[in-house]
Design a protein around this ligand. Structure first.
Ligand code: NDP
Length: 297
């Protein structure tokens, strides 16, 4: 029978454990605090930010909610980040993407102090991840690691195919899977839009992680029986009745082949949000030099 990996349930478990961690920090006089900076009028981004604030409230993390007019100068955003970097009460800083076209995303990510970079996108944190000494793992691949562990999916010696090579999902995911440790030790193939014979590669895989942003591009014909399928994609498509969310995997045919599969919604998405909380609590504990055990660390 196919194991339908329940990301909502795993994320809820992590949040529950984080409540204990936050309470331990509270006993030591520390309240983890996450600052979000939103510089666009995109309704989806506004929803993401407000969901992140709701999650923080649930586990006891304080939040700062900073909104900046999208027409503001880049320097104004840097000033805000500078203030947050210097503010000892702030443990984590998240600048919501996308940014307006006149702002260079890479410059902004470099501007956040690495110790507060709870997204894990600062070059120093990327380097540490690649070198096998991560400070903050990016939330989506980190969440996927936890889902695989919870579903007892063995990565050691497995052939893993990651479809997508973005800096936020594909590359860090591939890096985590190839690390020389118990949650890695996989042999990883990274595929992208120029990959030849994608289906041959996915059919040879024990684990397929689809993060291409192309609705239902991986179907059952591209998979071998017994595969584990992680669907990162979140794509809104038009239907006769309006619109619906689908992943990068054609669920029905893939589920027939898979021994385990994540659904969309309810798979990877909730874990991405939970791991932001995890990173924020870790940041607060490390800044205050308080030794706590984070869930499944
Ligand atoms: P990007 O658009 O940044 O990257 C997509 C990657 O997929 C690129 O490397 C691209 O290749 C590759 N790709 C595109 N088309 C194909 C194709 N036909 N065959 C093979 N590879 C292809 O996307 P993200 O990594 O940011 O996100 C991927 C998906 O995951 C999106 O649907 C996004 O919404 C979702 N997402 C979900 C999250 C969650 O929490 N569930 C979190 C983050 C993202 P190339 O490099 O050659 O262009």
């Amino acid at each position: 029978m196919t194991n339908i990996i329940d990301g909502e349930a795993v994320a809820a478990d992590i949040r529950k454990s984080l409540i204990d961690c936050v309470s331990q920090l509270g006993d030591a006089g520390v309240t983890p605090t996450l600052a979000t900076v939103l510089m666009n009028n995109d309704p989806a981004s506004q929803t993401y930010v407000s969901m992140k604030h709701g999650d923080c409230e649930e586990v006891g993390i304080e939040t700062r909610d900073i909104k900046l007019d999208p027409d503001s100068k880049e320097a104004e955003l840097f000033d805000i980040v500078d203030e947050l970097n210097a503010d000892e009460a702030v443990d984590g800083i998240l600048v919501q993407m996308p940014l307006p076209s006149h702002v260079d995303e890479r410059d902004v990510l470099r501007h956040i102090t690495p110790e507060k970079d709870v997204d894990g996108f600062h070059p120093e944190n990327v380097g540490r991840l690649v070198a096998g000494n991560p400070r903050f793992k990016p939330c989506t691949p980190h969440g996927i690691q936890k889902l695989l562990a919870d579903a007892a999916v063995e990565t050691e010696g497995a052939d893993a195919v990651v479809v997508g090579r973005s800096n936020i999902v594909g590359k860090p995911m591939a890096n985590l899977l190839m690390q020389k440790n118990g949650t890695g030790n996989a042999t990883v193939t990274i595929c992208h839009s120029r990959t030849d014979s994608l289906a041959e590669k996915t059919r040879a895989a024990d684990i397929v992680i689809a993060a291409a942003g192309v609705p239902e591009m991986v179907d059952g014909s591209m998979l071998s029986p017994g595969v584990t399928v992680v669907d990162v994609g979140i794509n809104r498509i038009e239907t006769e009745d309006g619109s619906t969310l689908v992943g990068d995997v054609e669920y029905e045919s893939a589920a027939k082949k898979a021994q385990a599969i994540t659904p969309v919604p309810g798979g990877v998405g909730p874990m991405t949000r939970a791991m932001l909380l995890w990173n924020t609590v870790k940041a607060a504990a490390e800044t205050a030099s308080i030794d706590i055990t984070l869930p499944w660390s």
